[in-house]
Design a protein around this ligand. Sequence first.
Ligand code: GTP
Length: 596
Amino acid sequence: TPPELLRNFCIIAHIDHGKSTLADRMLQITGAVQPRNMRAQYLDRMDIERERGITIKSQAVRMPWEVDGTPYALNMIDTPGHVDFTYEVSRSLAACEGALLLVDAAQGIEAQTLANLYLAMENDLTIIPILNKIDLPSAQPEKYALEIANLIGVDPDDVLRVSGKTGDGVEDVLDRIVEQIAAPVGDADAPSRAMIFDSVYDTYRGVVTYVRVVDGQFSPREKVEMMSTGTAYELQEIGVSSPEPVPSKGLGVGEVGYLITGVKDVRQSKVGDTVTNSRRPAEQSVPGYADPMPMVFSGLFPIDGSDYPVLRDALDKLKLNDASLAYEPETSTALGFGFRCGFLGLLHLEIIRERLEREFDLSLISTAPSVVYRVVMEDGAEHTVTNPSEYPEGKIKEVHEPMVRGTILTPSDYVGAVMELCQGKRGQMLGMDYLSEDRVELRYRLPLAEIVFDFFDALKSRTKGYASLDYQDDGEASSDLVKVDILLHGDHVDAFSAIVHKDKAYSYGVSMAGKLRGLIPRQQFEVPIQAAIGSRIIARETIRAIRKDVLSKCYGGDISRKRKLLEKQKEGKKRMKMVGSVEVPQEAFIAALSSD
Ligand code: GTP
């Protein structure tokens, strides 16, 4: 297809605002999917199948659409919705010339949508604003059209009103895409270049790489190379998803499609990298490539120590499909053998953990998430610390921690509560705007460490669930941080060490020591529990020795979810760990580490 007949776009929407439903309607109306093959959530379903290794996940779909007798090809590119994947979002945006901004007409825009909208605007994408679900009785299209119009600087009447459910207005959306979004431009005679915007692992075909061709043209059997590494492969298959994969004879300027090279690991086909012809390579790669950087670290330990090999194999498997997952073996006196894992953010951590438990039937305990600290010593040496137990000894000059720029959207009634929360989390206010009379956008610079802890929950509970948060990397700052250790009868319990702000060290120490006192059963002797910064003790609790006439009480505290997991485990058999001379049931550690 010549570039002037192509349109590449993505959909920016919050979860549940109706992206899948609208995509279904478009597939139907354009005839990309025959009526007899149509089923709800067409693209999502393919996703599940991919997990089982049956078909290829469709990250880009091609749809035919005619305007005034001219046949166009519309490529819809899927974007990951969540903040953790900002880099991936920015790559998929870079593959498009336009974006549909899809907003639920009964809800209005959310912080995450806003963040992706700003990204799209920075990438100079044409934005087509759409209010969805106008069939709902609770829809308030006038109110939210005004909000959107103010945000992107258009007339409220230009905001399209559609219903993905009834199909109302969907044809207008398709026409608008053709009319308003620019056709891709590129040099057809230049050495070929294509940008990778996604790559997924498929059990049968290996890695399937989704690309957008920038210049030149790609054909089957051609030798290509990845510009960041120089590794060369032969293209076994090249094609487009419409939405089932259809092999093609070639992909030209502006086209979006998939490549299969027989590669087995997504790390060899990295998002953002440039593919070029190895015999006639391009001089410059498509700008914007970055290695995925883990931002949040946590230790993952199997509750049953004999599951360690299963956990290792499971991580190896997940890594095939997730270039951003990092892990290395870790040993803890409290928790045994496990892995120190690096994630893009909290959601990424939760997804991986969930998949390990669900797909590999593992019961896991994760240590409190930690960020990456840069510790500068007085002698000039520098350490990167991702695990509090590796915090350097000796004279420390400065500690730097990662910062984020957070955007919070809240109903105006809760502005005070949100500000209080952000201040308590060491936030620095950058600005505040009223999107409409009753909705406010607040911008803060915050330490990432404060967000990974319990910020989301605190925000939701203070605003009755109405506020939403999004954040982006914002460099680092030097802060007054210390490492707090927990000692049991004089011995360090590594899993409980934490790097915290000086002002919070005391309360962390007191709460941890108190928690443990309630969880560890009495021993034959008195056991002190201490919190310490270096050699200075900042909090102390004591577990008294057993008296003959007293039956040792069971450890209290609410274990809730963890306990359920434990009950599934071999019942009756209590696993004890020795920390120095103290016998500690494993569930005490687990309970102390779970935040609820
Ligand atoms: P995720 O896949 O979770 O990101 O959600 P999504 O944004 O793809 O939303 P989805 O299409 O799954 O729709 C979310 C819910 O809204 C579903 O229950 C849909 O049935 C409903 N929904 C979607 N579009 C409309 C619409 O136009 N009108 C009404 N009344 N409901 C809709």
